[in-house]
Design a binder for this molecule. Structure first.
Ligand code: CP
Length: 325
């Protein structure tokens, strides 16, 4: 009998990543922090080109992927976020766009407003593909940097009480994060307006694979939720923006847009406040300068974690191939 061990060449969804791969990436991110801080030199991927393909707005993901590749001594070609600035505007099919970009670059990141685009790109591309967010589906690199940040701040994830709060229906960051948290045995509570509950297929997938029980609160008993937060029942509260752009009806958005807002007096000393950003009104700015605030640390950790992801995928893909320097 032959046993095949498939190496991870793409990062598309936290639903299909193995914990072993996740641990290797997280460990590598610590080394990448030293590279960022000029403590070690690392230029294995000198002149390797990343195609940074963004068809939806982004600040953190796009820029941190660009900086990550530059810190690895690679090169970056940024593709316009507006289809009007590419040949898609002339009617070109996304398949042709991806095939051409694949022929120019050595690794591709892709953000799309449509769920499934990154997976499709990985199926037709000859190079590693990284999902930088596909519609309201998945945002796996965000989940990895979230886990990295939690581990750094709390020293562990197993057994921690972690609340995911806000738009759990359309928020792709939490769709990815819940799978990762389950793999680390966190105690997960989902808090959202009823209309913005986490899709049941995601919860079922997590409960099927991992030995976790997920607690859901969706009746917006805000007072009760606030009491739990104030009493320090949660080690980490992870807030998300209500995703206005995903609502078909603007009135539905208006009904829920201010469902949750965390202020300084609502949090206990030991509660970490996280958010993938951008935020709208979910977190009062007076929390920014407290030791509870972790959202800017999250954004900063995006660079070493994305360096580790690029490095891991390229290493798996190219193996021991030597590049002429
Ligand atoms: N967290 C995140 O994905 O931010 P951007 O949309 O700015 O990339």
């Amino acid at each position: 009998m032959f046993l095949y061990s498939f190496k991870m060449h793409h990062l598309i969804s936290m639903q299909d990543i193995k914990k072993e791969d996740m641990l290797k990436i997280l460990h590598r991110a610590e080394f990448m922090e030293d590279v960022c801080n000029f403590k070690v030199k690392y230029d294995k991927w000198k002149d390797i080109v990343l195609g940074n393909l963004f068809f939806e707005p982004s600040t953190r993901t796009r820029i941190s992927f660009e900086i990550a590749m530059l810190r690895l001594n690679g090169k970056v070609s940024n593709f316009a976020e507006k289809p009007s600035q590419t040949s898609l505007e002339k009617g070109e099919n996304i398949t042709d766009t991806i095939k051409v970009v694949d022929s120019y670059c050595d690794i591709i990141t892709i953000r799309s407003p449509n769920a499934g685009t990154a997976r499709y790109a990985s199926e037709i591309s000859g190079h590693p593909v990284i999902n930088a967010g596909d519609g309201s589906n998945q945002h796996p690199t965000q989940a990895l940097l979230d886990i990295y940040t939690m581990q750094k701040l709390k020293g562990k994830i197993s057994g921690l009480n972690i609340a995911l709060i806000g738009d759990l229906k359309y928020g792709r960051t939490v769709h990815s994060l819940i799978s990762a948290l389950a793999m680390f045995n966190a105690r997960i509570t989902l808090i959202s307006p009823e209309d913005l509950r986490m899709p049941s297929f995601i919860i079922e997938d997590v409960e099927k694979k991992e030995d976790v029980r997920i607690n859901e609160i969706y009746d917006i008993d805000v007072k009760d939720i606030n009491k739990k937060i104030k009493e320090g029942k949660f080690d980490i509260i992870y807030l998300t923006r209500i995703q206005k752009e995903r609502f078909a009806d603007v009135e539905e958005y208006e009904d829920v847009k201010d469902a949750y807002k965390i202020t300084k007096d609502m949090i206990s000393d030991n509660t970490i406040v996280m958010h993938p950003l951008p935020r709208i009104n979910e977190i009062d700015r007076e929390i920014d300068n407290t030791k509870n605030a972790a959202y800017f640390a999250q954004a900063k950790n995006g660079v070493p974690v994305r360096m580790a992801i690029i490095d891991y995928l390229l290493e798996n893909f190219y193996g021991d191939k030597v590049f002429v320097q």
